[in-house]
Design a protein around this ligand. Structure first.
Ligand code: ATP
Length: 201
């Protein structure tokens, strides 16, 4: 099936854009949500995390000990890379299972991931969309949504590639600046993907 990867910086509105594709009947795999779920359901991943970061990574009831893991990987790129090397393949496994269950009449699917480019998973997509928005709007949205301060949001933004860097890798763009209609932009891309997918195995 034709695969479209979709990403955007924090607060760009990529999840909001995905909801519009869903209304059009396009299934969306939310990689970041799935990554959280499989931390407590994928036994291969759980074993890998315990072997790498210790049995105390999980509580006796099976819940993830977020504090323990965060204490190890926070501001430690080497340890974070180890965690990612466990989680990313597990997300790919989950995606394959998810995709195999999609109705064969569905023309294409979307994979939403905050770190689509940073993780390299864009290479598994046939094409990509970057959702962008001006910095002040992104800040305002996330501060409102998460009750966070501007500094907290900026610290999260600093961990991601800039829009300029992502633009070099993206094939399509949606501007979510509250002036351009996202519905119209999604409809243009939807038509394009339907045309391409009809010729795609
Ligand atoms: P994150 O990476 O933090 O998950 P995101 O890119 O997925 O963010 P969303 O969660 O879709 O972004 O949007 C962030 C917030 O901004 C949400 O509360 C959403 O409702 C709001 N928002 C997004 N787009 C618009 C828009 N065009 N008009 C008004 N509000 C919007």
């Amino acid at each position: 099936m034709y695969k479209v990867g979709i990403t955007g910086g924090i607060g760009s509105g990529k999840t909001t854009v995905c909801k519009v594709f869903e209304v059009l009947g396009i299934p969306v795999f939310y990689a970041d949500t799935v990554a959280k779920e499989i931390m407590v359901t994928d036994t291969l991943l759980i074993d890998g995390v315990k072997n790498t970061f210790g049995n105390e990574s999980y509580f006796e009831d099976g819940k993830l000990n977020n504090k323990h893991i965060a204490g190890i990987v926070f501001n430690n790129e080497f340890e974070l890379a180890k965690l990612n090397a466990l989680v990313h393949p597990a997300v790919f496994r989950a995606f394959d299972i998810w995709e195999a269950e999609i109705d064969s009449n569905v023309p294409y699917s979307l994979k939403e991931a905050a770190l689509l480019f940073e993780s390299g998973s864009y290479k598994m997509a046939d094409t990509t969309i970057l959702v962008t928005a001006p910095l002040d709007i992104k800040l305002k949205r996330v501060m409102q949504r998460d009750g966070a301060t501007a500094e907290q949001v900026k610290a999260r933004m600093d961990k991601q590639l800039s829009d300029e860097e992502k633009s070099e890798l993206a094939n399509h763009f949606i501007v979510n600046d509250e002036e351009n209609s996202i519905i119209e932009q999604v409809l243009v891309l939807h038509k394009k993907f339907l045309d391409i997918a009809s010729n795609h195995k």
